[in-house]
Design a protein around this ligand. Structure first.
Ligand SMILES: [Zn+2]
Length: 431
């Protein structure tokens, strides 16, 4: 991704640097050649060259670009399990994912860590974004997911003779687990996504208290992945599944729904981040009836929502790390609604807006292994910025509304927002 060749000055703003530090009321930021050279009080600004490009925030808020920590680029209006896999061919799925990537950037998400994708779309989507062919967040890729036979993701009955090769590796035992990871290594992905537990979506045979992988399988995934420098995460709701994942060496925990004291200790021991993805549960409860979800499924989502809220509070209060993101791309929880997660964590979980922003910026970059590059507004880091018309600490839900965005900036380049030029639709190749 190209960096800006010039210098920008953002001024007349409240500056939130993403570290968790108190906001600076009259802040300013300078970025030269795409990297931050000053971030602090306007009073301390260094002398400016005459050709500097000035962005006046009109008293609005400047914060680091947001990080979606559980992004599914390939999901699109999913209303039933089958929609995850066989609804569209890979050609159309890759086009949909480019639309989702652009939307995510326009929504202020300058980076995203994938929570799994169809086929091998992430790797190639990332390449197109990195080569500036498409606008989108800086991606940490995932690929086809891994689940044991009969588990949550293995829903097609045998008589249909439908393979799941675009979505998931169905494994039996540690050898299959290694084979799946090795295929992913060849695909060029960064994060291996697994299914240690079930979910409220499958109440009969794979509910949120059911284990969908054995410890041996999970351990084989981690050993093989780590050997090739890949990271591992998993859909973990049941308490035992969380513990298995942490003992197997998982790098992050998705959901972490039913934590007990022992699971929390295991999480804190290695400071493993958890991505609760709670707004999805709320949206499922509120809009489920319209989409034909059964009362049993909705009751299950109520249980996982309550458990998830409790666990998220436990983790943060104990000094653990939370990433913000989650499962957008369902009919009732569409792409574009990403920042509803942030509002939910303020209004329903009880975090302060500043805590939530830290989770959605600094921790997000840490999860991606990119904290040296972005996530906070500090000298030397990439100028990945979000400039909002209004005070997001007074009203966190401003982040849900793209029309309030003055600028979404990556590497010092204005990509979206009211001050940005239209994105060039055709990029000439440069030799
Ligand atoms: Zn997911």
């Amino acid at each position: 991704m190209k960096l800006s060749k010039g210098t920008i000055l953002v001024r007349n703003c409240q500056l939130i640097d993403g570290t968790g530090a108190a906001p600076i009321p009259d802040g300013a930021l300078v970025a030269q050649h795409g990297r931050i050279t000053y971030a602090g009080p306007a009073a301390g600004l260094p002398p400016m060259a005459p050709d500097v490009e000035i962005l006046d925030a009109g008293g609005g808020t400047l914060l680091p670009g947001l990080v979606e920590a559980h992004f599914h680029a390939t999901y699109f209006n999913i209303a039933a399990l089958e929609d995850l896999d066989i609804k569209y061919p890979v050609e159309y799925v890759s086009m949909l994912s480019s639309v989702n990537a652009r939307l995510a950037l326009e929504c202020g998400y300058t980076a995203a860590r994938s929570g799994g994708c169809l086929f091998n779309v992430d790797v190639w989507l990332k390449r197109a974004i990195e080569e500036d062919l498409l606008p989108g967040p800086r991606l940490a890729t995932s690929g086809r997911e891994i689940c044991s036979a009969g588990g949550l993701m293995d829903w097609n009955p045998e008589f249909r003779k439908i393979g799941m090769e675009g979505l998931v590796f169905i494994i039996n035992g540690a050898e299959d687990a290694r084979r799946a990871v090795r295929a992913l290594v060849k695909d060029g992905i960064e994060w291996v996504k697994t299914y240690p537990t079930g979910d409220a979506a499958s109440p009969d045979i794979n509910d949120h208290h059911t284990l969908c992988m054995t410890f041996e399988e999970m351990h084989a995934v981690v050993a093989t992945a780590h050997n090739h420098k890949l990271k591992v995460t998993g859909h973990c709701r049941a308490t035992q599944g969380i513990k298995n994942a942490l003992r197997a060496g998982y790098d992050t925990i998705e959901h972490g729904t039913f934590m007990d004291a022992e699971a929390l200790d295991l999480l804190l021991e290695r400071d493993v981040p958890c991505i609760p993805a709670l707004y999805f549960e709320k949206a499922s409860i509120e809009h489920g009836p319209t989409f034909g979800l059964s009362q049993t499924v909705i009751d299950g989502h109520k249980e996982t929502l309550e458990g998830g809220i409790e666990s998220a509070r436990l983790i943060l209060r104990a000094g653990g790390r939370l990433g913000m993101g989650g499962d957008y791309g369902f009919g009732w929880n569409p792409h574009g609604d990403y920042a509803r997660e942030l509002t939910f964590f303020v209004k329903d979980v009880g975090l302060t807006p500043l805590e939530v922003i830290t989770c959605a910026t600094k921790t997000g970059a840490e999860i991606m292994g990119r904290s040296a590059d972005f996530g906070t507004l500090e000298v030397g880091k990439l100028a990945d910025l979000l400039l909002v018309d209004g005070d997001v600490l007074a009203d966190i839900s401003l982040l849900e509304d793209r029309t309030k965005f003055l600028a979404v900036i990556q590497g010092g380049v204005l990509k979206a927002g009211r001050l940005a030029p239209p994105f060039p639709t055709i990029v000439k190749s440069e030799l």
